[in-house]
Design a protein around this ligand. Structure first.
Ligand SMILES: [Zn+2]
Length: 145
C-alpha cells in the first residue's frame, strides 16, 4: 500500500519551453512502464508545465515511478516542474502552482515539513534534480508558507 509521507520535487531537465507531457510520458513508459490509474505512464503525480498549469497524472494513492532511491515510489508524492533549473530559473507562476499543491497535500496527508524535499536530497539518489535554482527555493522559500 502506498503512503504519502513525503513530497519529492523534480525538474524535467529538458528546457522549460521544449519539455512536453507526451515526451515525459514516452520516456517513463520506456524506463518504468508503469501506468497510473489515470492512464498516464508519467511517473510523477503532478506536473507543472511552463505556464504554471498543473496536470495530475497519477492519483495520490497510486505508486509513483519517479524516485527509486530509499523506496520513495511507495511513500512519496512526486511533483515535476518543467525546466532545467541547473540553468534556468523557475517562473513565479510555476512556483505559485507548486506552493498550492504542496499546501493542499501537506494538510490532507499531514506531511512533515522535513519530508518535503528535492530529489537530490533523498538518500541514495545520484542526481542534481531538481536543479540548484529550484532546490534553493525549496529549502529557503517553500517552507515559509
Ligand atoms: Zn528527479
Amino acid at each position: 500500500m502506498k503512503t504519502s509521507d513525503f513530497i519529492i520535487i523534480h525538474h524535467s531537465a529538458a528546457a522549460r519551453d521544449r519539455a512536453t507531457l507526451n515526451a515525459v510520458n514516452k520516456a517513463h513508459q520506456k524506463s518504468f512502464n508503469y501506468k497510473s490509474s489515470l492512464g498516464w505512464y508519467v511517473g510523477y503525480h503532478y506536473v507543472i508545465i511552463g505556464d504554471g498549469t498543473v496536470y495530475q497524472t497519477r492519483n495520490d494513492t497510486d505508486y509513483g515511478a519517479h524516485c527509486r532511491a530509499d523506496n520513495m515510489n511507495s511513500k512519496a508524492i512526486g511533483i515535476c516542474l518543467f525546466g532545467n533549473f541547473e540553468i534556468e530559473q523557475p517562473l513565479e507562476k510555476q512556483l505559485e502552482s507548486l506552493k498550492k499543491i504542496v499546501e493542499k497535500l501537506r494538510k490532507k496527508d499531514n506531511i512533515k515539513n522535513s519530508n518535503i524535499l528535492g530529489h537530490c536530497q533523498i538518500n541514495g539518489s545520484k542526481t542534481v534534480c531538481p536543479g540548484k535554482n529550484l532546490l534553493s527555493w525549496i529549502k529557503y522559500k517553500l517552507l515559509e508558507l
